[in-house]
Design a protein around this ligand. Sequence first.
Ligand SMILES: Cc1ncc(COP(=O)(O)O)c(C=O)c1O
Length: 419
Amino acid sequence: MNEPVPVTWMENRRARNLEAQEVVKDLLPPGIARLARSFHRQIPGYNMSPLKGMPRLSAMLGVGGIWIKDESARLSLNSFKVLGGSFAIYQVIKDKLGIRDRELPFAELTSPGVKERLGRLVFAAATDGNHGRGVAWAATNLGFESVIYVHKHTSQPRIKSIEKNGGRVVVVDGTYDDAVRQASVDAEMNGWQVISDTSWEGYSDIPKWVMQGYASLFSEAQEQLSAQGLAKPTHVFVQAGVGALAAATIGFYYQLFGAERPRTVVVEPSKAACLYESALRGDGQPHHFDGELNTIMAGLACGDPSPLAWKLLWDCADFFAVCPDYVAAKGMRVYAVPLAGDPFIVSGESGAVTLGALLFTMQSEEGSALRERLQLGPDSQILLINTEGNTDPDDFRRVVWEGGDPVPAEFRTYKDPES
Ligand SMILES: Cc1ncc(COP(=O)(O)O)c(C=O)c1O
């Protein structure tokens, strides 16, 4: 008993009572989603990631549709993150070349002439694994170097995969937030260019470009939903670390639909709940989350919100929620063993938490209040993003094969007859 409940949440009522057009426009100026998409489309190997419907699970949960934007194979990198890092590098290079009024075609970007003008460029990034792998991949593919900072708990497979993509890895004795600081100090000393997904005082252009890069994911999803006869999702559950993805998601839908945008739920691990904590404090400021950040959701293990992302989330996110690790673990297993007729999806810890949160919201007694506030029911078309595939094979097997992080008895759908 006394296990943490599956979903703890708060409603951000101010989001529906505010005119946030200016904040949104600052992050996602008109035309930027098209520019990001146009850049990504030219990357060799680019394909839209699939949007997968789960009709059987939707019927079981009593909702109209569940749509999974499956980023597990994005550019063969296992995660959506490369969309942000690559677009930020593209924008940095455009800036260095003084190109402001036109696109830079991929062929020109990778041409020897441009390379010569730019000289040696080194990109640095701090990461839990996914962002750094994306930055390393993009730098390598454009012919540049990268140095990627990870924290001491980063698993070996994650480190190896960054190295495989051409990044030099530096392990920092601390948390993700310490890695962010160290990357910035070393870059300053060595004249490297930091590509960070989180912002800080005096450093916001690049994190903005990272977020803008994520918009490609949603412009694809909108085309794919419209091919299914749907104008938009009614709800989006989006997972958050520093909040950049969540801000891009909500900003994108705000730009398209204004007050008619989908209802949004920002989901974090209970052990790394910096956005939820900031929302609870209610003073409009981003706050540090004190804790060891020792969640299995490695991609979401952040103690400090990105101030840039926070600004938009505070004005526009409808709900903030936190979930214990067992919620993500259940999401991974349901993705891996779907109902007959639904697609099989490989989803890692950070990718699966939103499905876990939706399952508990729809199926548990504790979920009833959130269910009602969200008005989830037969007319709901819910968008989830599987933000990563199997990025940590050892932990994936621990959870999916060996039942690691089981659902506590009191929150199981199927009760043990003995209990
Ligand atoms: C797999 C995965 N999902 C979601 C996120 C959250 O993104 P953000 O830090 O922008 O909130 C991350 C961040 O690294 C991630 O790796």
